[in-house]
Design a protein around this ligand. Structure first.
Ligand code: GAP
Length: 455
């Protein structure tokens, strides 16, 4: 039962169906039955995803004078993951139902009690299978890193991992970036890239995947100033989501309890979105202290310090890490933008995407398929293509074409009609208000630029 957002919430099934039907997200290798936790982004999905990443990069790197970018490799020397703690601790407790054979993450189940630093031997007796009520196996720890081999021999010595977070590529390059850019503290290194986790229970569409994309900043600060910078980044990141047009009532920031902190964190805030399954994490903003640089210095034998001219000492910076998921942000943007309205007795579905995120900025629609309109309509299309992602659509009635564009969030449609052949003017129709205004073709790019707010 999908309803206007803000009233009852849109359900996941409706969104998954829209995402597939309109080419946002497809199940990976669907013709072979798919593969759990893997998704493909279609023609509109890749545009939306790129726009999210572009917006993040603009806010994180381009508009700041203290953050630089990086693109590190996905597979790194496996000792990176020993130093980071992932080989030892990046694991979830897993249980199987002895009756129905389903598999679960034990810490998602009622009655779970974690035990020991490695989390092994938890109390299984109190837990029952949430599907059939059957008896469960004792929990066993399952490392989430995907393993592979580098080179032709498949043995222990050639074992490597697909990175489970992009962050470690940044820590491993701390000294390279510091030396090559001559940065002073505080400064940050930002990266967008794929990460891989062999999640026990992927689910909620693209919310929990086995292959996903992260947008991470490691922001290096002087110890003692870390708490202040932590607050700075929490505000910055909250404002970024607001800037994407996400509704305030669906967004919150929550400080984690001490018991829920990762092994490297002194303090963490999460930015959460109100999805149909409840408040869920979009981004973690952690104070990682000097944990990672100290560990990498210890394991690599390299000095990973910063020479502080003021004190004349070498110091190990503290790190504030805003770490966001592209896929989760995309899911939130789709949920948040979805509206259903009744217009003249008919249902209208629209995605109220921020213009900067909309996959198609302008659709060019000749009023009819009559041959006399096509040359002018195509000329208008050519005029707009260098400026924005556009789409040309001349099939079916103009009303249906407007609806198709509304449903994928296109902010403006430009209609070429028979009067255009006489007055060289076209109609711009706006998505949310459905207002129409006539403008000369010579001023069309300028008029659209103004309406799109410079995107
Ligand atoms: N470097 C810190 C780190 O990776 P995390 O909380 O494990 O922290 C950061 O992940 C963000 O990455 C999450 O807030 C989420 O947006 C995204 N993320 C993590 N696991 C994911 C998964 N299995 N599927 C999709 N996104 C995921």
């Amino acid at each position: 039962m999908s309803e206007k957002a803000g009233d009852a919430r849109l359900d996941m099934e409706t969104l998954v169906s829209l995402a597939k039907r309109r080419g946002f997200v497809f199940q990976s290798s669907e013709i072979y039955g798919g593969l759990g936790g893997f998704w493909d982004y279609g023609p509109l999905g890749v545009e939306l995803k790129n726009n999210i990443k572009r917006s993040w990069w603009k806010a994180a790197v381009q508009e700041r004078d203290d953050v630089v970018g990086l693109d590190a490799s996905i597979i790194m020397n496996p000792r990176v993951w020993v130093a980071s703690g992932h080989v030892d601790t990046f694991a979830d407790p897993m249980v199987d139902c002895k009756e129905c054979k389903k598999r679960f993450r034990a810490d998602d189940l009622e009655g779970y009690v974690a035990a020991g630093a490695q989390g092994q031997a938890a109390e299984a007796a109190a837990m029952r299978c949430p599907e059939c009520g059957g008896e469960l196996t004792p929990p066993r720890m399952f490392n989430l890193m995907f393993r592979t081999f580098v080179g032709p021999v498949e043995d222990q010595a050639s074992t490597a991992y697909l990175r489970p977070e992009t962050a470690q590529g940044i820590f491993a390059n701390f000294d390279n970036v510091l030396t090559s850019t001559r940065r002073k503290l505080p400064f940050g290194i930002a990266q967008i890239g794929k990460a891989f986790r062999n999640e026990i229970t992927p689910g909620n569409f693209i919310f929990r995947d086995r292959e996903f994309e992260q947008m991470e900043i490691e922001y290096f600060v002087k110890p003692g100033t870390d708490e202040e910078w932590h607050q700075h980044w929490v505000e910055q990141r909250r404002n970024w989501y607001r800037g994407l047009g996400i509704q305030e009532e669906n967004l919150r920031v929550r400080r984690l309890d001490k018991d829920d902190l990762a092994h490297y964190a002194k303090d963490t805030y999460e930015v959460e979105y109100l999805f149909p399954m409840g408040w869920s994490e979009l981004e973690g903003i952690a104070n990682r202290t000097d944990f990672d640089l100290r560990r990498h210095a210890e394991f690599s034998g390299r000095q990973l310090t910063y020479y502080d001219e003021e004190s004349g000492e070498h110091i190990v910076p503290y790190v504030i890490e805003p770490s966001a998921g592209v896929d989760r942000c995309l899911l939130a943007v789709l949920f948040d933008g979805y509206r259903e309205e009744t217009v003249r007795g008919e249902k209208r579905v629209l995605l109220r995407l921020h213009p900067s995120l909309a996959p198609i900025k302008v659709a060019v629609l000749p009023l009819s398929r009559q041959e006399s309109l096509a040359p002018t309509a195509r000329k208008v299309w050519e005029l707009l293509r260098p400026h924005w992602m556009t789409q040309y659509d001349d099939s079916q009635s103009i009303g249906r074409r407007y609806r198709r564009q509304d449903e994928v969030g296109t902010p403006h449609c430009v209609t070429i009609d028979f009067d255009t052949l006489k007055d060289d003017a076209v109609t711009i129709r706006e998505r949310d208000t459905m207002d129409q205004v006539r403008v000369p073709i010579t001023g069309l790019v300028e008029a659209l630029r103004e309406r799109l707010g410079g995107v």
